[in-house]
Design a protein around this ligand. Structure first.
Ligand code: GLV
Length: 322
């Protein structure tokens, strides 16, 4: 039996259903911890989401489990080394969400630079009294420096879009890649970028990579964008830095303790806050779910599924695999 922990787009579930008996949690809410522990007991495979904490206890409860197919590119919700030690393979969904996340990163860059959300609120509240020379002045993008922390698929797709806006690119990544952008040490990137955008996986090495000290390096006029994983930024330290105007603003799609958000962040107009929707287009979410189900089907056919996550951590860490 294959356990599917939450509602998936129809094409994905139809694909799986025609090839394997399912235990399908056809709901928009996550399974509770108790339900997950109970249902996974009989499962040979599981298709799960990033909201499912697949830790030691859950994996240990799954005596028959052979494959965990995560419907996400990030897999910090899974104890991969432990799964691997029990002979369970883990897969993710890279590639199909690259453009959607890069687009949303740009939505945030533009929104913070041109005060789009703040202006919308202002207009709806009836405060627009006519054109004004100084109304909602923002920041020009042309000629500015975009610093990308992590330069894998998504980081590079964000860089590609920057060309049209006339920005120059610098990036931080342990292994330089062939690109016209400039590889720079992280501290230099933070000191010299006008927009800093994070595109890293969450690992023990990247947890709080942007801590109080590193956030203090940002220019006072800089904007921070995060569409990767919340815990890469120390959210309390970011809130304090913003309160003290040590940076100009931020665009955040992810948070340290989702769905909780540091309360002071919600009060500041210089922030745009989104509910973790980086990959949320109909096309991309369908492609992600189909990809995860295809991994399970390959496994059931006795093949090695594509998109294996190896769990060694070797050479990953502070790189831009996303
Ligand atoms: C979404 O956050 C993902 O990792 O796919």
């Amino acid at each position: 039996m294959i356990l599917v922990t939450r509602r998936l787009p129809k094409p994905a579930i139809q694909l799986l259903r025609s090839h394997a008996p399912l235990c399908y949690h056809n709901s928009s809410r996550s399974l509770s911890r108790r339900e997950l522990l109970r249902k996974i007991r009989r499962a040979r495979g599981v298709v799960c989401l990033l909201t499912d904490r697949m830790d030691r206890q859950v994996i240990a409860a799954a005596e028959h489990l052979k494959i965990i197919a995560n419907v996400a590119v990030g897999y910090d919700n899974i104890d991969v080394p432990y799964a691997r030690s029990r002979g369970i393979i883990v897969t993710n969904t890279p590639g199909v969400l690259t453009d959607a996340v890069a687009d949303l990163t740009w939505a945030l860059i533009l929104a913070v630079a041109r005060r789009v959300v703040e202006s919308d609120r202002f207009t709806r509240r009836g405060r627009f009294k006519g054109w004004d020379m100084e109304l909602m002045l923002g920041t020009e993008l042309k000629g500015k420096v975009l610093g990308l922390i992590g330069f894998g698929r998504i980081g590079q797709a964000v860089a590609q879009r920057a060309v049209g806006f006339g920005m120059s690119i610098q990036y931080y990544q342990r292994h330089p890649v062939e690109h016209s952008g400039r590889p720079v040490p992280l501290e230099d990137l933070l000191r010299t970028s006008d927009f800093v955008s994070i595109h890293l996986p969450l690992t023990p090495e990247t947890h709080h990579l942007l801590d109080r000290k590193r956030l203090a390096l940002l220019k006072r006029t800089a904007f921070l964008i995060n569409t990767s994983r919340g815990p890469i930024v120390d959210e309390k330290a970011l809130a304090t830095a913003l309160e003290h105007h040590r940076l100009a603003g931020a665009g955040l799609d992810v948070f340290e303790r989702e769905p909780r958000i540091e309360p002071s962040l919600k009060k500041m107009d210089r922030l745009v806050l989104l509910p973790h929707i980086g990959s949320a287009t109909v096309e991309t979410r369908t492609a992600m779910a189909v990809k995860a189900c295809e991994s399970v089907l390959a496994f059931l056919r006795g093949e090695t599924p594509p998109n294996l996550v190896d769990g060694t951590g070797g050479g990953r860490g502070v790189t831009g695999l996303l």
